[in-house]
Write a protein that binds this ligand. Sequence first.
Ligand SMILES: Nc1ncnc2c1ncn2[C@@H]1O[C@H](COP(=O)(O)OS(=O)(=O)O)[C@@H](OP(=O)(O)O)[C@H]1O
Length: 256
Amino acid sequence: RRLPNVLILGAMKAGTSTMMRYLNFHPDVHCALMEVNYFDKDENYEQGPEWYRNQMPWSKPGKIVIEKSPAYLQWTKKVPPRVLAFNSTVKLIIILKDPLKRTVSHYTHRLAVNGPNIQKFYHYVVNSETKKILTDSLLIKTSMYYERIHDWFKWFPQKQFLILSGEQFERQPWQTLREVETFLGIKPFFRHEHFQYNSTKGFFCLKLTNKTHCMSSNKGRAHPAIALETLEKLQNFFNIENQKLYFLLNRTFDWP
Ligand SMILES: Nc1ncnc2c1ncn2[C@@H]1O[C@H](COP(=O)(O)OS(=O)(=O)O)[C@@H](OP(=O)(O)O)[C@H]1O
């Protein structure tokens, strides 16, 4: 077992599990298929690097080992200095998706995990007294990409990051995977003809041999209807956040 030389930091609900599932088929890659949460959870970090290594898959020398824990793009004060102390040359991948859609997906995830009796979406994202956006709520904090990535850029040079569009990954996974292959310096493996659109799921599935690999039913869930007023309020908030992100990265994404 070898320690990872690539981390997928997040964002939670931006397509990170699908990315890991696909990359694990690449002959030069081994992926840890569980989220290890080594750098964010103190009780794991305190176990030390040997513990971390033992959570990794078996791997052959010279291959790429990838771990992903989307919490690494949530706890961005604590995690980056720990990662720097671990490996200053580690490659870092981030997938971003329209922050409004990501926030609703995050809430949908909570509904699925905790049941229908949790608070309404509005109460997770807006302070009902001040009517201000709850920037400390994990649902919002995770979608504040400018802040999260800016925190990471304090510790690692930009050239160590690959920042991907979750929308492009959904529409043309073969293209996004080619970007990853180039970034990792591994041979091109995934091709357009390996992907079949599944109209029931509403997503592409990977077909390498005669077996088709679709994500399970907890990926690509139907989202609950959210009041238009709440969505507009959030969109106004994210418009400003997104502009800051575009300036930081010197590129735009196709979000409204
Ligand atoms: N091929 C394929 N199949 C199914 N789902 C796909 C796929 N590609 C991307 N997605 C999107 O991935 C979203 C879940 O993101 P993550 O895997 O990052 O979630 S998690 O953080 O690991 O819980 C998931 O979000 P929801 O639609 O809210 O379930 C999908 O939008």
